[in-house]
Design a protein around this ligand. Structure first.
Ligand SMILES: C[S@@+](CC[C@H](N)C(=O)[O-])C[C@H]1O[C@@H](n2cnc3c(N)ncnc32)[C@H](O)[C@@H]1O
Length: 258
């Protein structure tokens, strides 16, 4: 449905999210002067919340393993991987589909599925959790992404405060979410498309008109660019900025834990 509704453009938005993380220069810098810490700590740890079936996480994992090729090798001797990607979602069924995809892509040696005990040697991990209170230690991630998920969380401000807690100092949050096109002409065309095309498309493709009507309505009730900026600042993020994608139909917000 994501492909049908956006004519495949959601893939470009996710690619843009990945590019905005700037992983290659970050890893170069970290490899040159690794932070002091225990050898069990990965050089870089990423958390993708409301990660669903792994669309964003796989992009992050691919880029991390391009920079750190050892990440693709089967773990040896229980040694900690150089980087980790944790996919987290409240819905275990989504995660199980994601883990199956991950095993098919990368092999079972690299993937910790939902139904196995935590394995510190595996770099790609699937964990169930509610974004409002995730089951991880404070200050454990270098970056946190949430794509098309924050809007669905019951208390998004609480999720943002939790994100701040989980990030290391210097860590970065990226939120990809529907927003509001500032241009009135685009806004009118987008409304007409949303209300007249998406629910019937949901009925035809997914056999579920009601969920897609809810989707369209929930987007209208969600924060615009300025409101999400304020929400992130209120949660304690610094240097909050956003970039409009597709004329503001979607926005990518970024903030730092300093
Ligand atoms: C539209 S999907 C987005 C999936 C993925 N990020 C993507 O862009 O393809 C929204 C996801 O948010 C998850 N979700 C909703 N509420 C959540 C919460 N409180 N905590 C964690 N995940 C949540 C849903 O289970 C669903 O997988």
């Amino acid at each position: 449905m994501n492909d049908f509704m956006s004519a495949g453009v959601h893939r470009l938005w996710k690619d843009h999210l990945l590019a905005s993380l700037s992983l290659p220069p970050t890893l170069q810098a970290l490899s040159r002067s690794p932070p002091a810490g225990s050898p069990e700590q990965p050089l870089y740890a990423h958390l993708d919340v409301a990660g669903g079936t792994g669309d964003v996480s796989f992009r992050v994992f691919d880029e991390l393993s391009d920079c750190l090729p050892s990440l693709r090798l089967p773990p040896s001797g229980g040694k900690a991987p150089q980087a980790t990607v944790t996919v987290c979602d409240i819905n275990p069924d989504m995660l199980r589909v994601g883990a199956e995809r991950a095993v098919a892509l990368y092999g079972a040696d690299l993937v910790e599925t939902l139904d196995e005990p935590p394995s510190p040697a595996k770099p790609l991990r699937f964990r169930e959790g509610n974004a409002e209170r995730l089951p991880f230690d404070p200050c454990s991630f270098d970056s946190y992404t949430i794509a098309f998920g924050l809007r669905n969380v019951t208390d998004p401000s609480r999720a943002l405060r939790n994100a701040l807690e989980l990030l290391k100092p210097g860590g970065r949050l990226l939120v990809l979410e529907f927003s509001r096109p500032p241009n009135p002409l685009l806004s009118a065309a987008y409304d007409a498309y949303s209300f007249n095309v998406i629910p019937p498309l949901g009925a035809a493709v997914a056999g579920d008109e009601a969920s897609y009507r809810y989707l369209v309505e929930s987007i209208r009730k969600w924060d615009d660019q300025a409101q999400l900026t304020e929400r992130m600042e209120d949660a304690g993020f610094q240097g909050v900025a956003h970039e409009d994608l597709a004329g503001g139909i979607v926005a990518l917000h970024s903030g730092w834990k300093l």
